[in-house]
Write a protein that binds this ligand. Structure first.
Ligand SMILES: Cc1cc2nc3c(=O)[nH]c(=O)nc-3n(C[C@H](O)[C@H](O)[C@H](O)COP(=O)(O)OP(=O)(O)OC[C@H]3O[C@@H](n4cnc5c(N)ncnc54)[C@H](O)[C@@H]3O)c2cc1C
Ligand code: FES
Length: 274
């Protein structure tokens, strides 16, 4: 059992929890995730390890409440336990001194780019971060990202804060200004990652995306997280979650993410009634 030591609300439906998990904290690296079960009858879900503290033996997760499991997780309080926590899972991000790295985060994807942004900064890269949300009240981690970035750009879809528009608009402007960029790293909704890859493709800039296919066992056994990358089948949980964005079949990924819509909607309804 892993106890929740701290809980915070970052934005509407976005929660941050710090959990006692010394074995995971000892090994976790940027880009990795955990798979957790909230209660005895629950399903496993994957969540990125946003922070880990080896000394304290803790890890921090940030999640958007979208369905049954994330709603249940959001209801747990300090002192409650998580029934099962597996990790660290997935391949860590390959961190190197590359030059200029642009990290792009959309929505709760901002939480997922944070550890990677910090790791690239610690490896002495020039780091430009671009973060965006639908509206100001949904924007998270602006200050922590500012601390680990040389430059930070903020967008909101509705113009309530920062530049009105999308993160990909800022990236496009940077590229048009001919800023030398050695790597782009993007996490967010599938359409956002897809557009980011289309923006960088003509410039032939290496673009990594951290994908969120539906995962069941998260250990490479069930095949539910398969994604088509460059015509080959890859498993998000063991081969990823990061892939070369220029090779990812985003249309298929989006289709696969929608395959349990009806079941997800009915389990969300059950949660609301409780
Ligand atoms: C490697 C990885 C890291 C992730 N990190 C984070 C994170 O740090 N913060 C965060 O808020 N979310 C993250 N996600 C997404 C998170 O796992 C899903 O939001 C969660 O599983 C939804 O479960 P649910 O029961 O609450 O909702 P459901 O009712 O099951 O689903 C709601 C939505 O989530 C999608 N979804 C459902 N199950 C999964 C699943 N097992 N994996 C991925 N997507 C799913 C569905 O397509 C649907 O759109 C990550 C996903 C992956 C694969
Ligand atoms: S989640 Fe089962 S193979 Fe990846």
């Amino acid at each position: 059992m892993n106890q929740i030591l701290k809980k915070e609300k970052l934005a509407e439906n976005i929660k941050k929890i710090t959990i006692e998990a010394p074995e995971i904290a000892a090994k976790a690296q940027a880009g990795q995730f955990v798979s957790l079960i909230v209660d005895k009858k629950g399903e496993r879900i994957p969540l990125t390890i946003v922070e880990s503290d080896r000394q304290k033996g803790t890890i921090t997760l940030i999640f958007l409440e979208v369905g049954k499991t994330t709603f249940k997780l959001g209801k747990l309080e300090k002192g409650d336990n998580i029934v099962s926590l597996l990790g660290p899972l997935g391949k860590p991000t390959h961190i190197d001194r590359l030059g200029t790295v642009v990290t792009v985060g959309g929505g709760v994807g901002i939480a997922e780019v944070f550890p990677v942004t910090r790791a690239f900064k610690e490896a002495h890269n020039d780091v430009i971060s671009i973060i965006g949300a639908r509206s100001k009240n949904l924007l998270i981690l602006e200050e922590p990202l500012r601390q680990v970035s040389d430059k930070l750009f903020v967008t909101t879809d509705d113009g309530s804060y920062g530049q009105k528009g999308f993160v990909s608009d800022v990236l496009k402007e940077l590229l048009e200004r001919q800023t030398k960029i050695d790597l782009v790293y993007a996490v967010g909704p599938v359409p956002m990652m897809r557009v980011v890859c289309e923006v960088t493709r003509p410039y032939k800039i290496k673009t990594l995306v951290s994908l969120n296919p539906i995962m069941v066992d998260a250990t490479g056994m069930c095949g539910s997280c398969r994604v088509n990358v460059g015509g080959e089948t890859k498993f998000g949980c063991v081969d990823g979650p990061e892939f070369d964005g220029h090779l990812v079949d985003f249309v298929e990924l989006q289709k696969r993410l929608g395959q349990f819509c009806r079941q997800e909607e009915s389990s969300r309804e059950c949660c609301r009634k409780k």
